[in-house]
Design a protein around this ligand. Structure first.
Ligand code: SAM
Length: 379
């Protein structure tokens, strides 16, 4: 066991700002509610699984304070994985890197687990995927401690958990946080469902696993961007769908332009899995490469002639412009001179100056009551 400081945790490489934190009261409440169950596993490594740990508080406190080893971890966002790795080296006087293993959401993550610590995801579909996976593969005696901020929790979350567990109880709220405790796994409910929908107007299949933005639907902002597909750098040879979600934009571009080389990229594991399925369903798997990356990390400077982007305005559950700015800067770096960034966002957001700074000359290509489409040309 070793000293551990929540205050030493940082969000990096995720956006850092004064009003954004690497740990919150729900992390502490999950750990407190699960304390006795966690201690019981101490002599039996590999019994604890952590899902959705934002920046490593759950994993690293369990490793340092309770001395746990062999913790299995799944985080949807690549920036969360990277933050956990960085915090493992700084939150305690010993390096905690070897105490945990990152795995995809599936059998290897859950097999034999008796305690699961879960930061509740925003989407019910994502929660359903997680609950089904736990119930299908964990030890039948598994207990799930699923916590979040009360303002982000809904009664529907209890219902989703109740579909995969026979008993779901809520703890008392503390510091605006609450934990749902689920027991009695129902493995018969089965592993997560694969959703797909054919969109006649686009001539495209869209496939989605739980956590993917908009599910199998087409977001209305994305639809407005799609209206402008023919105008987007018609002579481009290389294009990137940044924050690709289910891969709608990448698939539409590849389908419309057979000579175009397209990369679809997102930091979300669920998005990447969905985009891969979307490409396969449309016979585009050999035309579109799908890459999990945080804001184009690993992409060469000046390497793309076209970037399309429908940026998120949430970081986890927090509405924050920082994530869009981070993606504009990434696009500015990866675009070749003369290359274009096409982006769509809510009309009340004034991103024009930021786009100008990050990429270059920016003009409005379209605007309706809700959304604005901008095109920025790399200087
Ligand atoms: C508004 S959704 C758009 C999804 C898809 N392009 C569409 O139009 O339906 C924004 C996407 O950005 C992704 N994203 C958020 N932060 C990111 C980051 N740092 N790097 C890459 N992608 C990110 C999210 O996972 C999400 O899939």
């Amino acid at each position: 066991m070793s000293e551990f400081s929540f205050d030493a945790l940082r969000r990096f490489p995720d956006v850092e700002a004064e009003n954004l934190f690497a740990v919150d009261a729900s992390d502490r409440l999950i750990l407190d509610e699960a304390d006795a169950a966690l201690e019981q596993t101490a002599g039996d490594p590999g019994r604890v699984v952590v899902i959705g740990d934002n920046y490593g508080a759950l994993t690293l406190a369990s490793a340092a304070v309770l001395g746990l080893h062999g913790i299995r971890v799944h985080q949807d966002a690549l920036s969360s994985e990277l933050a956990l790795a960085a915090n493992a080296k700084r939150a305690s006087e010993i390096d905690l890197t070897g105490r945990y293993r990152i795995l995809p959401l599936g059998r290897e993550l859950l097999e034999g687990a008796t305690v699961v610590l879960l930061q509740l995801p925003r989407s019910l579909a994502a929660l359903d995927d997680i609950a089904r996976t736990i119930a299908a593969y964990a030890d039948p005696a598994v207990v799930v401690y699923a916590g979040g901020r009360v303002k982000h929790m809904t009664p529907a979350m209890n219902e989703v958990l109740s579909a995969s567990f026979t008993e779901v109880t809520a703890t008392l709220a503390r510091q605006k946080s609450r934990v749902l405790v689920a027991r009695g796994a129902r493995p018969e409910v089965g592993a997560p469902l694969h959703h797909r929908e054919f969109h006649d107007d686009l001539g495209l299949w869209v496939c989605a696993s739980g956590g993917a933005f908009a599910g199998t639907k087409i977001d209305i902002g994305t639809r407005l961007l799609l209206d402008h597909l023919p105008e987007m750098r018609p002579d481009a040879r290389t294009a990137v769908d940044l924050g690709c979600g289910t891969g709608v934009l990448a698939a539409a571009l590849a389908q419309a332009r057979p000579a175009l080389s397209v990369i679809a990229t997102d930091q979300s594991a669920a998005a990447v899995a969905s985009a891969q399925e979307t490409m396969a369903a449309n016979g585009l798997a050999d035309r579109v490469e799908v890459v999990r990356a945080d804001a184009l990390s690993g992409f060469d400077d000046d390497s793309a002639e076209l970037v399309v982007l429908n940026p998120p305005f949430h970081i986890g559950s927090t509405v924050h412009a920082g994530i869009a700015l981070k993606l504009f800067e990434a696009a500015g770096r990866v675009l070749a001179p003369g290359g274009e960034l096409w982006t769509v966002f809510n009309s009340h957001l004034s991103y024009r100056a930021a786009l100008h700074r990050a990429v270059g000359e920016t003009r409005q290509a379209d605007r309706n009551a809700k959304f604005t489409v901008m095109v920025s040309t790399k200087r």
